[in-house]
Structure formats: structure tokens, C-alpha cells
Design a protein around this ligand. Structure first.
Ligand code: SF4
Ligand code: SF4
Length: 332
């Protein structure tokens, strides 16, 4: 008889806010109910966080139902592929405070999903073959609308830190945005310029959506394309299609991210670029499907992910040295 017990992997509990020791979800809940001295958490929040954890096999389960070998959500595709792999191989724990923001956001998303003049929170899938594997891509856009000029995608991001518009210095010769270099205000072409120089003007740059959010909306556009005929039939959009001569699989009018903070809503336009989105899809899936463990993050704009990574210790152990911002500083 086989007496070995499988070691659990994935998110197996919380990391206590006070002791920083691993605890089970039940122990944490019981502790919160006893008053949890020194801890900011209250029992209802612990309960909400623990009960809203999505199965890590969510996309894979949908893949199995659809007859595909492996499934990925749009969010999984846009994260660190090494982290995705390590989370499937090792147990890990997260602080409730780290998960609080996500759960908080889900609450407002649920309220907004009640808006009925569009297609809200419809899960879309696309099955295809890549690198000899049958893959299911899964995504749930917050809101899809069919407008006279085509599909329009809205995604909500609940955040305490929305992007904002600002005045930026521009080099009049090159029409390029300047940056603060070691020698002051610098044009990428002309080099440092006197800040009072008439070669510099200041223009207003509206708030820009974050790159990973733009990529997410673009992946949703691919999913809508693959589900367009079904969406039109399911939501009785035939008259709209006929009236405006739309081609459901091709007519897209754009997208937006609505950043929702406590104080304001900041809307940022998203440009759709199908070719770029297909390239990103192939690149991400190649890393996720590779037989070897994907490499550590090297892109300076993505290093922040390591600061919030629950499997960083495993990652550094396998890498043999620090990762994230410290690794970049050492190599420079
Ligand atoms: S309620 Fe707070 S103090 Fe108690 S186990 Fe959970 S995180 Fe730790
Ligand atoms: S520490 Fe950074 S590179 Fe390593 S798995 Fe986590 S996010 Fe990826």
C-alpha cells in the first residue's frame, strides 16, 4: 500500500500579519474571531478573502471541459511565467493585507456588473494549437458593448493610485519627451538643454493606461473576435449588425480602462493592435509551455512584480542569487 502523502502546492494558507508565520485559513479566521491583538484584520474580511480565492485550476478545468490539454487566463498570460510555474510546484502563503486590495476591488466589480446595457462579465474562450499543445485561452471582460462602429471593451481597475495627466517638457527640435538626466533636463537626441531654453515647450499628456492593462484589453479583443458570431446570436445583436453593416469578427471601435479610486474615475483610451496582441500571446505561451523553468524577470518595468511575489524565496533559491531590483542593481 502506498503510504506517501502528496505535499500540497499552491496557496495553502495565510502568512500572519503579526508573526509572519504561516497559518491555515481556519486558524487565521479563529484568531480574528478571538480579537487578533495587534492585527488590522477583522473576521469578516478574513472570511471574504478566504472565500473569494479562485481555484488555481480555473482555466485548466475549463480547458478539460472544452477538450483542450491546458488552459490559461488572460491574467495568467500577463504575469511572470516563472511565478506561474513555481506556484504550481510549491506551497505558498500570502498575507491577508496583500490580498485585501484584490478582494476589495472584486466587491465594486460585482456592483458594476449589474449594469445591463451591454455584455457584462461574460467568460469567453478560444481553443487553438500552439507548440503541439491544444490550449484554451480564457478571459472575462468587465463590459463589452456593440456600438455603431464595432465592439468596444471596458475594463475596470479599482486602485488607490490611478494614472494622472501631467504637463511634460518636449524638445521643439525633435518633438520628443525630455527626461531628467544627470545633467538636468535632457532630450534623447539633443542631450541636456537649459530648462529656460526656448527649445523646450510644455504640453499636457492625458493619463495613460498601464501597459499590462492595455495588453489585457487587447487579449480580450482576440477573444471577442473568436466569439463574435456567438455573442451576436446570444445577445440578439443581429439588428445592430445589419443596421451599421458591421462584420462581427472584424469591427472593433476600441477600448478603455476605467481606473476607479475612492476620489475619482480616470478613463484611459486603449488602442487595439491585433498583430501585437498575437505576438504577445505567442511569446507568453511559449514561456508558459516551455519544458524548462522560465527565466527571472529582466525587464526594468516589470521588476516590481518580484516585490509582491509569494514564491520569491523559491525563485531566488533556484536562481542561486537575489532577483528583482537588487539583482538589477548588482548587474549594473
Ligand atoms: S487574524 Fe491576524 S494575527 Fe490572527 S492569524 Fe490572522 S493575520 Fe495573524
Ligand atoms: S521573484 Fe520575480 S522573477 Fe521570480 S518568480 Fe517571482 S515575479 Fe518571477
Amino acid at each position: 500500500m502506498d503510504t506517501t502523502t502528496a505535499t500540497p502546492v499552491g496557496l495553502v494558507g495565510f502568512l500572519c500579519e503579526v508573526t509572519e508565520e504561516p497559518v491555515t485559513f481556519q486558524e487565521c479566521q479563529a484568531c480574528a474571531q478571538r480579537g487578533a491583538p495587534g492585527c488590522p484584520m477583522v473576521p469578516a474580511i478574513i472570511h471574504d478573502i478566504a472565500s473569494s480565492i479562485r481555484s488555481p485550476e480555473y482555466a485548466n478545468d475549463l480547458a478539460k471541459q472544452a477538450g483542450a490539454e491546458v488552459g490559461f487566463s488572460a491574467t495568467e498570460l500577463l504575469g511572470c511565467p516563472r511565478q506561474y510555474r513555481l506556484k504550481k510546484q510549491h506551497p505558498y502563503w500570502e498575507k491577508p493585507s496583500g490580498m485585501y486590495r484584490m478582494t476589495f476591488g472584486s466587491g465594486y466589480h460585482a456592483a458594476l456588473s449589474k449594469y445591463s446595457a451591454g455584455i457584462a462579465e461574460e467568460t469567453l474562450t478560444w481553443k487553438f494549437k500552439l507548440l503541439g499543445k491544444s490550449v484554451l485561452l480564457v478571459g472575462t471582460p468587465d463590459l463589452i458593448e456593440l456600438k455603431p462602429d464595432g465592439w468596444f471593451i471596458t475594463d475596470y481597475k479599482v486602485t488607490g493610485n490611478p494614472p494622472f495627466g501631467r504637463k511634460v517638457p518636449i524638445c521643439n527640435h525633435c518633438d520628443l519627451e525630455m527626461y531628467k538626466g544627470d545633467d538636468g533636463l535632457t532630450c534623447p537626441n539633443c542631450g541636456p538643454l537649459n530648462p529656460r531654453s526656448s527649445a523646450i515647450s510644455r504640453v499636457y499628456r492625458p493619463a495613460q493606461a498601464r501597459s499590462s492593462h492595455v495588453e489585457q484589453v487587447n487579449l480580450y479583443a482576440l477573444l471577442i473576435e473568436k466569439n463574435a458570431v456567438r455573442l451576436v446570436a446570444k445577445h440578439n445583436l443581429e439588428a445592430m449588425v445589419a443596421k451599421h453593416n458591421l462584420i462581427p469578427t472584424e469591427s472593433f471601435s476600441g477600448g478603455q480602462i476605467a481606473y476607479l479610486s475612492q476620489k475619482a474615475v480616470v478613463r484611459c483610451d486603449v488602442q487595439l493592435d491585433r498583430a501585437e496582441s498575437m505576438a504577445l500571446l505567442k511569446q507568453s505561451l511559449s514561456a508558459l509551455l516551455s519544458d524548462t523553468l522560465p527565466p527571472i524577470i529582466d525587464d526594468a518595468d516589470e521588476l516590481w512584480r518580484c516585490d509582491f511575489c509569494a514564491v520569491r524565496a523559491h525563485c531566488e533559491q533556484l536562481h542561486g542569487s537575489p532577483v528583482g531590483k537588487p539583482a538589477k542593481e548588482i548587474s549594473e
